[in-house]
Ligand binder design. Structure first.
Ligand SMILES: Cc1cc2nc3c(=O)[nH]c(=O)nc-3n(C[C@H](O)[C@H](O)[C@H](O)COP(=O)(O)OP(=O)(O)OC[C@H]3O[C@@H](n4cnc5c(N)ncnc54)[C@H](O)[C@@H]3O)c2cc1C
Length: 372
């Protein structure tokens, strides 16, 4: 019997694994892919998480993370604005960062089973493609949407996906001639595309599009040619920037929403506990921060200071306090971004009155949650 079993080795699962194994608990983590691997993500991490990543042992400078402190935006109609990023952030690929945290976990004593899918859970038991396991507590850190959610028949899985709430995400790594301290966001019809520097002189180009943009049988190339390229800046980038790997990473059925934090079998962390729109640039920070909140509650459970029910209640309350307001704000931002006239007006106003831009940007960045 292990102390903790973690389903999913993204940022939430890996941060929990590093923290709990560093405290001497017996941790086992299952990741269905094999490290290192690419993931759809804009790969921009606000500085609020940097102290925590350092605490986990990630050497961001040695990994080549880019420092980002400038922001630029273009609307569908080609209006542009730019601003400094008051709190700033870093750019690093998930390929590199997740792999680093998996290696740190192993050195702290966690048993990492990659290339291993969790098929089902029941009370303290897990069935995986590497056999059956048992743990005192099981954490679901399996991301946006997983077979595990279907097995557990979670409420968000039962809701039919309406086409207006259903998104696809696409990511490339490219070679670009852009400043390395700049993150750009370019709007297209029913979507937006971000581009910013990562390690090794590369850039991450990642977009989110309503699934309804993809007409029947349309390929990703056709989507980019007919929809994204209506924005002249994106047209230029898509034709000019050399792709590091030919085929983009693509995910579908992305549905942004807050979710329940656990049940009598599992406690959820990261996107499995709530998926925030990437506009606020905070999904990774929320995954890390939620893991940090949860590790403290789990430690108390494992040390016999509280039962599993209290652990879940305490964690749910901490989660709400930390993230509910962010969730509401990201919904408002997402609605605004899909309204071209509103965005045109906003960009024009921000150009006339620059403090407006930094006031809005400040809402998307928080102060460091880990003080050390
Ligand atoms: C288009 C797009 C752009 C984004 N851009 C940004 C950005 O720039 N900045 C930012 O902060 N956030 C961004 N995000 C959000 C961010 O990517 C997520 O919030 C973050 O990855 C959540 O981490 P996680 O650990 O919860 O989940 P994940 O990183 O998704 O990890 C979950 C892991 O679980 C594994 N898994 C799933 N099911 C099983 C199973 N049954 N058995 C074993 N393993 C399993 C998966 O393979 C995966 O590796 C973006 C999201 C999208 C969609």
């Amino acid at each position: 019997m292990h102390d903790v079993a973690i389903i999913g080795g993204g940022l939430a699962g890996l941060a929990l694994s590093v923290e709990l194994s560093s405290k001497g608990y017996d941790v086992v983590l299952f990741e269905k892919n094999t490290y290192p691997f690419h993931k759809v993500c804009g790969e921009y991490i606000p500085n609020e998480s940097v102290a925590y990543l350092n605490h986990l042992g990630a050497n961001l400078n040695a990994l080549g993370a880019a420092n980002i402190n400038q922001f630029a935006l273009s609307t569908l109609h080609g209006n542009k604005m730019s601003s400094t990023l008051p709190l700033g952030g870093i750019g690093i690929s998930r390929y590199t960062l997740d792999n680093e945290l998996a290696n740190i976990s192993k050195t702290r004593g966690a048993k990492i089973f990659d290339n291993t899918t969790v098929l089902s859970t029941e009370k303290s038991k897990l069935a995986t493609t590497a056999g059956d396991f048992e743990a005192r507590i099981i954490i679901g850190a399996h991301g946006k949407r997983s077979t595990i959610d279907k097995k557990l028949n979670r409420p968000f899985i039962q809701k039919p996906l309406s086409s207006k709430d259903n998104f696809i995400g696409v990511k490339y790594h490219v070679h670009a001639d852009l400043p390395r301290n700049l993150i750009e966001l370019h709007i297209f019809k029913n979507g937006y595309c971000g581009i910013s520097a990562i390690e090794d002189n590369k850039y991450c180009m990642c977009y989110l599009s309503k699934a309804s943009n993809l007409e029947s049988n349309m390929t990703i190339d056709e989507l980019e040619a007919s929809v994204l390229s209506q924005n002249p800046i994106l047209k230029d980038y898509l034709t000019r920037f050399e792709k590091v790997y030919d085929h983009p990473k693509v995910i579908s059925q992305i549905y942004f929403q807050n979710k329940e934090k656990g049940n009598d079998t599992l406690i959820y962390a990261g996107d499995a506990a709530g998926l925030i729109a990437p506009l606020s640039g905070n999904g990774m920070s929320m995954a890390l921060h939620s893991a940090h909140l949860l590790q403290n509650e789990i430690s108390q459970f494992l040390d016999g200071q509280q039962n599993e029910n209290t652990t879940l209640i305490n964690y749910s309350n901490l989660w709400k306090k930390a993230f509910n307001q962010r969730f509401r704000f990201s919904k408002v931002m997402q609605m605004a971004f899909f309204n071209p006239n509103f965005m045109n007006g906003l960009v024009k106003s921000a150009n006339i009155f620059p403090p407006l831009a930094s006031t809005i940007i400040k809402q998307t960045h928080e102060k460091a949650f880990f003080k050390g």
